[in-house]
Design a protein around this ligand. Structure first.
Ligand code: FMN
Length: 399
C-alpha cells in the first residue's frame, strides 16, 4: 500500500487507497463507524488473513480471449458475481449515499441491498434501482412493524429480502464508544474540531441536514426526529430472531428470501429445512463477535452440507477481485461487499462508489485471465488451497 494520508481520489488504485481517501475526508467519528469492528477487532483482521492464506493454482495455455463475469441468481442474470451489501447510516458519509450506491449498482448491473437502518426509504431506492434493489430486514420485535416493513419492501418491488440474524445483542464497538458515536451526532468540542478540520464533509452535512432512519419513521412517534428513531432502533431492532419469525415471513414473502449472518453447518441445514432460498455466510465484517471464524473458512463445510440445495452467498473481508474468485472457487454462488463501496462513497460519493465497483470488477477480470478461467461457472473447478495444503505434502498430493 502506498500513498499514506496524501492519497488522492484520482490516484487511488485499490480499495485500500479508497479507504485512505475516505479517512482523510471524513471526521474521525464517521470514519471509525465505517472502518471499525467489535472489541479487539481481531475478527476484522482475521477475515483478511483468511483470504490471504488461500492460494489459487493458475492454469495457462487456455483461450481466455472472451471473459464472461455474468452470474445467474434466482433466475436473473447479473453482469458480475458480486453485489453491494447493506450498510446502515450511509448518508452520514455523503449526502444521498444510499442512492449513490444504488446508482453505481444499476450502472454495473449488480444488486444493491438497502438496509433497514438505511438513511433512504425503500420506496425511494426502488425508484432509483427498480431492477437491482433488494431489501435487508432487521426484524423489529413488534410484529406489526415487522409485517409492515415486509409489506412495504414487497409493494416497492424489492427483488429479494435478506433477513439479518447475527445481531442478537448490540456489540461492543470500542472505537464508537470512545468517540461517543450516536445519531444525531452528539455536539461536543471534539466533534466541532473534527468538523472544522473536515470542511468539505461539514458543509455537505450543513446543506443536506442530519440523515434520518427513513425506513423506520412510520413505527415511532409521528414526526420523530433522529434521536427518537435511534432509541427505537436500540429498543426494537436488537434481539434474537427465531426460526418461527422466519417461518412467518416465509408465508408472506414470495420472492427470494435470504438469511444473512449464518456461520455454522447446522444453521445452514436449518435454513434449507425452513424453505429459505439463500444464505449469506457472513460475520458482519467482524462487527459482532470478535471470535467468529472468517466466512471463507467455514464456506467449504457449508458447501459440502447444503450446496445445490440453497443459494450460498458470502461476505466479510472482500477487498480484492481475487478474494471474490477465491470465494466462488471454494463454493460460494455469489459475493457481497460492505466496506469497499462505503469507503468509496465516503471518499467521493457516486464517483467513489462507482470506482470501488470498477476496481473489483477489473481485478476479478484480470484474475480470471491470469488463472486461465474465462467464466465464473468455471471457477468451481479451479484448484484453490489454504496455504497449509502446500506445507503438508499429503494434502498437496490430494490425499
Ligand atoms: C458501516 C457498516 C454498516 C453496516 N450496516 C449493516 C446493516 O445495516 N445491516 C446489515 O445486515 N449489515 C450491515 N453491515 C454489514 C455488511 O452488510 C457486511 O456484512 C460487511 O460489511 C461485510 O464485511 P466487509 O465490510 O469486510 O466487506 C454493515 C457494515 C458496515 C461496515
Amino acid at each position: 500500500m502506498a500513498g499514506g494520508d496524501g492519497m488522492r481520489f484520482s490516484r487511488a488504485q485499490n480499495i485500500a487507497d479508497l479507504r485512505l481517501v475516505a479517512r482523510r475526508r471524513l471526521p474521525r467519528v464517521v470514519f471509525d463507524y465505517i472502518d471499525g469492528a467489535v472489541e479487539d477487532e481481531r475478527g476484522l483482521a482475521h477475515n483478511r488473513a483468511a483470504f490471504d492464506r488461500i492460494r489459487i493454482v493458475p492454469r495457462y495455455l487456455v483461450d481466455i480471449g472472451t471473459r464472461d463475469l455474468s452470474t445467474t441468481l434466482f433466475g436473473r442474470r447479473y453482469a458480475l458475481p458480486f453485489g453491494i451489501g447493506p450498510t446502515g447510516l450511509a448518508n452520514l458519509a455523503w449526502p444521498n449515499a444510499d442512492s449513490a450506491m444504488a446508482r453505481a449498482a444499476v450502472a454495473a448491473d449488480i444488486p444493491y441491498v438497502l438496509s433497514t437502518a438505511g438513511t433512504t426509504s425503500i420506496e425511494t431506492i426502488m425508484e432509483v434501482a427498480p431492477e437491482h434493489g433488494w431489501f435487508q430486514l432487521y426484524m423489529p420485535k413488534e410484529q406489526k412493524a415487522r409485517e409492515d416493513l415486509v409489506r412495504r419492501a414487497d409493494a416497492a418491488g424489492a427483488h429479494a429480502l435478506m433477513v439479518t440474524v447475527d445481531v442478537p445483542a448490540s456489540s461492543k464497538r470500542e472505537r464508537d464508544l470512545r468517540n461517543g458515536f450516536m445519531l444525531p451526532l452528539k455536539p461536543s468540542l471534539s466533534l466541532a474540531l473534527d468538523g472544522a478540520t473536515h470542511p468539505g464533509w461539514s458543509l455537505k452535512l450543513a446543506r443536506h441536514g442530519m440523515p434520518n432512519f427513513e425506513n423506520l419513521k412510520p413505527y415511532s412517534t409521528p414526526g420523530a426526529k433522529v434521536a427518537t428513531l435511534a432509541g427505537y432502533i436500540s429498543s426494537q431492532l436488537t434481539g434474537a430472531v427465531t426460526w418461527e419469525m422466519i417461518d412467518g415471513i416465509r408465508k408472506t414473502w414470495k420472492r427470494p428470501l435470504l438469511i444473512k449472518g449464518i456461520q455454522s453447518v447446522e444453521d445452514a441445514k436449518l435454513a434449507v429445512e425452513h424453505g429459505v432460498d439463500g444464505i449469506v455466510i457472513s460475520n458482519h465484517g467482524g462487527r459482532q463477535l470478535d471470535a467468529a471464524p472468517a466466512p471463507i473458512e467455514v464456506l467449504p463445510a457449508i458447501r459440502a452440507a447444503v450446496g445445490g440445495k440453497i443459494m450460498l452467498a458470502l461476505d466479510s473481508g472482500v477487498r480484492r477481485g481475487a478474494d471474490i474468485a477465491k470465494a466462488l472457487a471454494l463454493g460460494a454462488d455469489y459475493v457481497f461487499i460492505g466496506r469497499a463501496t462505503f469507503y468509496g462513497v465516503g471518499a467521493a460519493g457516486l464517483a467513489g462508489a462507482t470506482k470501488a465497483v470498477d476496481i473489483l470488477h477489473d481485478e476479478l477480470d484480470r484474475c480470471l485471465a491470469q488463472i486461465g478461467c474465462p467464466t465464473v461457472e468455471g471457477l468451481k473447478t479451479v484448484d484453490v488451497r489454504f496455504d497449509t495444503a502446500f506445507a503438508d505434502p499429503a494434502a498437496a498430493a490430494g490425499a
